[in-house]
Ligand binder design. Structure first.
Ligand code: GLN
Length: 479
């Protein structure tokens, strides 16, 4: 049984500061947890004792020489879509099998500066396209709460590693819910920052106008610590926001008194699993008892969100994935001429969901259909953003479910992509609007499956969602 990798970042920092443990102890404990559990859980695509111990020893040296970097010696598991120099970066795709990253993503460089140890690569849906991690070309990841069920996705490996005691904390990416949904399914905290809050440089792009990097952790405070270390403007990403980064973790409140929480009526209507509804209703009560004032709000364009998201995300994906042609990265299948080589490489290298999306995205961008689909989706996106702007005039955060139902069985929805897409209804809107959101464990179903509650905040409203999440997790007795 691991003793250190099940702890929170804050607990470990206290032990490190007291000199009771070293970073090497933590990393060894985490590696032992991976060695004993990961054959069953399948959370990691890659981890290396040699590489992780080297970094841990360096962190221990830094600490001994008086360095007080905020995350010094804390191991962080990284979704296999973020470039960490010298480590593989496959995006769980055959097309990048054998590829080694040649530089650090900005978020990774910042975490390294803060002293964190990059402790392995977590499984994901291929190129982050999916909701179950079943689209990985390499392995199946199981939900630690019930190994017959999916961990969610696309950051399913990160969530399973954190919830299963195989990672102190992890990074995920969220284009339409891929941090918040697996966090909810596995019972951990997942934060999607506002668009531009964290630099995307070094994140292998899926849909560039929607992608964000964020933490998956055991507590809201841990998420705040990781965000603080990663956030900020970056000359390498012109869409990153050059706004000061608050000391998120120091500013967590202990009450919701004076906080207005909006309840979007479209998110609490029909189609919610009764057990999820019960958890959300209970969560609303917890917030009220913690001092929040509740107001009903409306997000009238919610019904168009899935269609809008799947047009925009696939369009951007089709453009972004054009670079995987067998010339520059990873795998190559030889052909009679260059075009034949591109075709063979992409045919062999991409899995069925990626192909489906590249085809759909190419179609909605093609002349004749561009106006009817892509342009129209962009217009609806503006309406969805305005819905949120209007709602945030009445409240500082919104409370909603993360998903309509808890984690389902492995294989259950694999053959029905549309059914799977519909499960993204409460998460894609935040990406379309560029706002932030957090998923916090809120309860369990009768079968002991975790259910999360989502707090959404306006663009750059991370302090508000972290605050609401933190007070909620304490009041609900979850921390
Ligand atoms: N489930 C959504 C999709 O399949 C979201 C993915 C993500 O956020 N990366 O596109």
């Amino acid at each position: 049984m691991p003793e250190l990798s099940i702890k929170t970042i804050t607990e470990l920092l206290t032990l490190l500061d007291k000199g009771d443990i070293s970073s090497e102890d933590i990393v060894r404990d985490q590696l032992a947890a991976i060695a004993s559990n990961d054959a069953e859980l399948g959370a990691y695509i890659w981890s290396s004792e040699e590489d992780a111990i080297l970094q841990a020893k360096e962190a221990d040296r830094r600490r001994q020489s008086g360095d007080s970097a905020p995350l010094l010696g804390i191991p962080v598991a990284v979704k296999d879509v973020l470039n960490v120099k010298g480590q593989p970066c496959t995006c769980a795709s055959r097309i990048l099998e054998g590829y080694t990253a040649v530089y650090d993503a900005t978020s990774i460089a910042k975490l390294r500066q803060a002293g964190a140890v990059m402790a392995g690569r977590t499984n994901m849906d291929e190129f982050a396209m999916g909701s179950t991690t079943e689209n990985s070309a390499f392995k199946v990841t199981k939900n630690p709460a019930d190994t017959s069920r999916v961990p969610g996705g696309s950051s399913g490996g990160s969530a399973a590693a954190v919830a299963g005691g195989e990672a102190v904390a992890a990074l995920g990416t969220d284009t339409g819910g891929s941090i918040r949904q697996p966090a909810s399914f596995c019972g951990c905290v997942g934060l999607k920052p506002s668009y531009g809050r964290v630099s995307r440089y070094g994140l292998t792009a899926f849909a560039s106008s929607l992608d964000q990097i964020g933490p998956i952790t055991k507590t809201v405070e841990d998420a705040a610590l990781l965000l603080e270390a990663m956030a900020g403007g970056d000359p390498m990403d012109s869409t990153s926001l050059i706004e000061p980064v608050p000391a998120y973790a120091d500013r967590l409140p202990d009450t919701l008194a004076g906080v207005k929480i909006g309840l979007p009526k479209e998110y609490l209507g029909d189609g919610l699993d009764p057990e999820v509804r019960a958890v959300i209703e209970e969560s609303i009560k917890v917030c009220e008892e913690a001092g929040a004032e509740l107001v009903e709000v409306s997000l009238p364009h919610t019904e168009y969100a899935i269609a809008t998201y799947y047009v925009i995300a696939t369009a951007e994906a089709s453009a972004n994935l054009a670079r995987f042609d067998g010339v520059r990265y990873g795998a190559r299948v030889a052909g009679a001429d260059p075009i034949d080589m591109y075709c063979r490489t992409r045919e062999a290298g991409f899995g069925p969901e990626v192909k489906r999306r590249v085809i759909l995205g190419t179609y909605v961008l093609s002349s004749g259909y561009y106006d009817a689909y892509y342009l129209r989706a962009q217009k609806v996106r503006t309406l969805i953003r305005r819905d949120f702007e209007a709602a945030f005039k009445q409240c500082s955060v919104l409370l909603s479910p993360v998903t309509p139902a808890p984690a389902y069985k492995l294989g259950e929805k694999e053959s029905d992509p549309l059914q799977m897409y519909l499960g993204d209804i409460f998460t894609v809107t935040a990406n379309l609007a560029g706002i932030c959101g957090i998923s916090v464990p809120a309860g369990l179903t009768a079968e002991k499956l975790p259910v999360g509650v989502q707090f959404l905040g306006p663009a750059l409203g991370e302090e508000a969602v972290l605050g609401a999440g933190h007070v909620f997790e304490r009041a609900a007795g979850r921390q």
